[in-house]
Every structure is written in structure tokens, then in C-alpha cells.
Ligand binder design. Structure first.
Ligand code: PGA
Length: 244
């Protein structure tokens, strides 16, 4: 049986307290969604939004529980604020903040230590795809970014081709299927078929209401990580509806 579809919204550096109105509108339009929904606002809004209609996640965490790390927040702090999950290793973190696979792995361990679901992101650049290195890149990221101890409940993996994020471009359905089949097999080889079969594999990168249904129909796709389209109730709601 396939795991329950997860539609996760990554608000990135967008959203103010008044954005709660968007979540209220979404909840009114989708009182009992057919899929799991996760909203990842900026960390300033986690406490304000937690306990509302949708589970709330962070967008990053430090790997230490506390200490002299100005500007950082820990997984324990996110959990304390009411988050149930955290995105880790997003390509914008990897590119803008020099996050390595080893750091992503440490952050994932921190998420698990704090009882959070880790949404670990992987994805190739356009140059890597053009060079035919996509699967090798995804394989090495999965191997080095995910620590031992993964379970179907504590891990979600998001495949986000860097060149598809915020660009309106997406891989073909066959290309998405190829990567997702590869990820399932790679996780299965390492963690066993039972665990790997239950880990949600999300596709992310220019998902919108008009392409969500065909992406969700791909065999090893169990949901989406949505950036731009998660900021508007109508668009995010359209993607949630497409999961049904
Ligand atoms: P996008 O972003 O949906 O705006 O392409 C996806 C992401 O970065 O998670």
C-alpha cells in the first residue's frame, strides 16, 4: 500500500502574522483534506501558526540543541514552538549557506533527536542533468545526507531539481519517475523494503494546480514540496485537491 500523500508548503522568506488569514481561508476550503498537509512558514511564525488547522514545520535547523550560534535555531526550539517537521538541506540552504551533505545529515539527526519529521531535500543542478549525472548525484546525496536510523515515520525525502525551483520548468513525467524509482530502490537497499516503502517521496520544483495531478499519479511520487504556489490559498488548495 502506498503511503498517504503529503502536500508540504515551503513559504521560504515570505509571510507575516497577517498570513494566518491565508491558512484560515485554506482550512475553510479544505476542512478535511484527502492528503496530509504541512505548512512550513518562516520560523518567526511557527509558534503563532502551530495548533491551527494544519501541522507546521520549520525550514531549517541547527544540528546542536543550543549554544553560541547567533541567528540559528535548533530542532528542539522548533519542536518547542509547536512544529512537527522540518525541511533540511533545501537547495537554497545548500547554495546560499554552503550546507554540505554532512551538515544535512547532522541536522537530520537533530530533527529526529527533537522528535521532528525530517523532510530531506536532494536534487541535481542543470549542468549535472545535462552531463547525465542525475542519478549519481541523487545517489550520493541520499547516501551522505540521510543518517542511519531512518523510519517511514521520521523521514520524508523531497526530490527537487535545482533548475526546476521557482522557474516554471519541470522535468518530464518520465524523468521524475526515473529519479523516484531510483530513490525508492536506493532507500530499500539501505533500510529495507518495509521502511523504504513507507517513506514519502515528494517531488518539488514548479508544482502548481495544473500539473499536480499528473505528478501525483507517478508510481513512486507520494506528494509534493511546493514553494511559490503554497503562498496563495487557491493555488495551494488546488494542489491539495489534486491529491484526491
Ligand atoms: P517552487 O519551489 O515550487 O517555487 O518551484 C519549490 C521549493 O523550493 O521547495
Amino acid at each position: 500500500m502506498s503511503p498517504r500523500t503529503l502536500v508540504a508548503g515551503n513559504w521560504k522568506m515570505n509571510g507575516l502574522k497577517a498570513s494566518s488569514a491565508m491558512l484560515e481561508e485554506l482550512a475553510r476550503a479544505h476542512p478535511s483534506p484527502v492528503c496530509d498537509v504541512l505548512v512550513c512558514p518562516p520560523s518567526t511564525l511557527v509558534a503563532a501558526f502551530a495548533g491551527g488547522a494544519f501541522p507546521i514545520g520549520g525550514q531549517d535547523c541547527h544540528w546542536k540543541a543550543s549554544g553560541a550560534h547567533t541567528g540559528d535555531i535548533s530542532a528542539e526550539m522548533l519542536a518547542d514552538a509547536g512544529a512537527s517537521a522540518v525541511i533540511i538541506g533545501h537547495s537554497e540552504r545548500r547554495a546560499d549557506h554552503g550546507e554540505t551533505d554532512a551538515m544535512v545529515s547532522n541536522k537530520t539527526e537533530a530533527a529526529w533527536r527533537a522528535g521532528l519529521v525530517a523532510v530531506v531535500c536532494v536534487g541535481e543542478t542543470e549542468a549535472e542533468r545535462d552531463a547525465g549525472e542525475t542519478l549519481a548525484r541523487i545517489g550520493s546525496q541520499l547516501a551522505a545526507s540521510i543518517p542511519d536510523g531512518a523510519t517511514a515515520a521520521n523521514l520524508v525525502v523531497a526530490y527537487e531539481p535545482v533548475w526546476a525551483i521557482g522557474t516554471g520548468r519541470t522535468p518530464s513525467l518520465e524523468e521524475i519517475a526515473e529519479v523516484h524509482d531510483f530513490m525508492r530502490k536506493t532507500l530499500s537497499d539501505r533500510f529495507g523494503a518495509d521502511i523504504a516503502g513507507g517513506v514519502r517521496l515528494l517531488y518539488g520544483g514548479s508544482v502548481k494546480p495544473s500539473n499536480a495531478a499528473e505528478i501525483f499519479a507517478i508510481k513512486n511520487v507520494n506528494g509534493a514540496l511546493v514553494g511559490g504556489a503554497s503562498l496563495k490559498a487557491e493555488d495551494f488548495g488546488g494542489i491539495i485537491s489534486a491529491a484526491g
